[in-house]
Write a protein that binds this ligand. Structure first.
Ligand SMILES: C[S@@+](CC[C@H](N)C(=O)[O-])C[C@H]1O[C@@H](n2cnc3c(N)ncnc32)[C@H](O)[C@@H]1O
Length: 272
């Protein structure tokens, strides 16, 4: 992935239009067959699972069977390692401390998670996911990294009300590449409930697929939002939000927003 992923032209693109699909097929003929396979799976899974979480859980079951690292979006092991490192480095540079309690929403197979578990004090990592298959893969990652003694929590969830978690508890909440796969109802549910579990100085960082044109989705798997839509949603639930400008320099296709209960210190006031 290159800087080009956020060029003004790409940010205006509406991938759901027929014109885009035809143009893309002509310039990437090798990707037509995989897209058609995804589209037919999408049709079948939509019929079987009218609710989004049920649908996406089935997508993850199918993708994880083939390759757990690809299921979380990394086509090679090197890329899986690099993406986890990128999440980790950024969060440590932007406020994460070993004594913090962290909630990782949509933790996947611990691409970033194993590094957070290693860094945080024992018991301070809490990963949740809707997919039992990817959580089994997460446990394998934990064993491979020899991190059993850090006693992380890895928990299945069916929604993002976070009602089974204590209030005023987490210093850092994190969701990497989760809202890029979520419709507005799921994001709104998360933003409506996250402030209860955050501490007063805590923050919630999430990535999203950004568009500066029309908001759209590809199948039911990928969702593109305008920054202002998500900031307005956060405001509706009483959260303060800011666009993380310096994440844009990282070689990652998505953008990042930080929200919190209280106004945030300026970015340059996070030491480290
Ligand atoms: C692209 S993967 C990213 C995993 C991990 N955050 C990482 O960066 O490696 C998205 C993960 O979010 C999970 N997920 C999707 N929708 C979710 C939701 N509404 N609540 C919790 N987890 C969700 C998926 O099962 C999957 O494991």
């Amino acid at each position: 992935m290159t800087q080009d992923t956020k060029s003004p032209k790409r940010l205006q693109r509406d991938r759901s239009t027929l014109t885009h699909k035809v143009g893309y097929a002509l310039t990437h003929p090798g990707r037509v067959a995989p897209y058609l396979r995804r589209a037919s799976r999408d049709t079948w899974l939509r019929l079987k699972h009218p609710d989004h979480v049920g649908y996406y859980r089935a997508v993850m079951a199918s993708d994880t069977r083939r390759n757990p690292e690809a299921a979380v979006g990394s086509q090679t092991h090197e890329r899986w390692l690099a993406l986890g490192q990128m999440q980790f480095d950024y969060l440590v540079e932007h406020g994460l401390r070993p004594e913090h309690r962290m909630l990782d929403i949509g933790c996947g197979n611990l691409r970033g998670g194993w590094r957070f578990i290693d860094y945080l004090d024992t018991g301070n990592y809490y990963g949740i996911d809707i997919s039992p298959d990817i959580l089994i893969a997460a446990k394998k990652t934990l064993v491979e990294r020899g991190l059993q003694d850090k006693l992380p929590h890895l928990t299945i969830t069916g929604d993002l009300t976070l009602d089974f978690l204590p209030g005023d508890h987490f210093d850092v909440v994190h969701a990497h590449s989760v809202f890029s796969h979520s419709p507005p109802t799921v994001i709104a549910q998360c933003l409506a409930h996250v402030s209860r579990v955050l501490t007063d100085k805590g923050f919630f960082d999430f990535t999203f697929d950004r568009t500066e044109g029309t908001e759209h989705q590809v199948l039911r798997e990928d969702f593109y939002y305008r920054t202002e839509t998500l900031l307005a949603m956060a405001r509706k639930y009483g959260l303060h939000g800011s666009f993380m400008d310096d994440w844009e320099k990282r070689p990652h296709g998505q953008s990042k927003i930080r929200v919190s209960r209280a106004p945030l210190p300026a970015l340059d006031q996070y030491d480290g």
